[in-house]
Design a protein around this ligand. Structure first.
Ligand SMILES: [Zn+2]
Length: 212
């Protein structure tokens, strides 16, 4: 073969290969979902008044004053005992008790289940607060200026706190798992199942179940 001919064939092969390579690269770029820093976070902060209104409607305005009232309602199945389930554990509670209204516990279990599923069954979050009686709320207010005495929806048993600073029991930031949690909460929020507010002081999401 003449050197010129050989050179032309080589050049042709090179052109074909680069066109093919470029097309593949372009296809791959197109297939990748576009995630940028400018992407709007879907999880919104719902005004606290909405948490209160939902709680009042769900419980017909039943607020728990003390532990005796909690026990009484638990006996009537108006409150259910909360235990750790798939996707979440419950912290050792000091200012609240292991109870919620049945609708709130059902939603908490669904959130845990979904979080666990989206992390390939490997991870869990921590619940740091459940039902807080008025009595407990008053004690907490004395020790923590941020806990307002009159408006806490924890006293209805309709709210729970999920830490965004503790995944798999480790107290530190975990951006990846926090993002998954936020995505799950945003979905539940969008489906009108919950109201959510981020409480930076206590590094948690305050979640209130909504009436159906
Ligand atoms: Zn809370």
């Amino acid at each position: 073969m003449q050197p010129l001919k050989r050179y032309l064939i080589f050049a042709l092969v090179l052109i074909v290969l680069s066109v093919y390579g470029y097309k593949r690269m372009a296809a791959r770029i197109e297939a990748r979902p576009v995630i940028t820093h400018h992407e709007k976070l879907r999880l919104r902060n719902d005004a606290y008044a909405r948490h209160v209104a939902a709680s009042e409607e769900l419980t017909q305005n039943k607020v728990y004053a003390n532990l005796a009232e909690v026990e009484q309602s638990a006996g009537k199945k108006q409150l259910v005992e909360v235990k750790e389930k798939r996707g979440f554990k419950v912290d050792k509670l000091t200012h609240s008790v292991y109870f919620l209204v049945p609708q709130a516990y059902a939603v908490l279990k669904d959130i845990g289940h979904e979080f666990n599923r989206r992390t390939q069954g490997k991870h869990f979050f921590t619940v740091t607060s459940l039902l807080r009686t008025d009595e407990q709320q008053r004690k907490l207010t004395r020790s923590n200026r941020n806990a307002s005495p009159n408006t806490s929806t924890h006293s209805f048993g309709t709210s729970f706190d999920i830490s965004y600073w503790r995944f798999d029991g480790v107290k530190q930031q975990n951006e990846k798992l926090q993002k998954v949690l936020e995505e799950v909460l945003a979905d539940f929020q969008e489906e009108k199942k919950v109201f959510v507010v981020k409480e930076r002081q206590s590094t948690c999401f305050h979640v209130t179940v909504r009436p159906e």
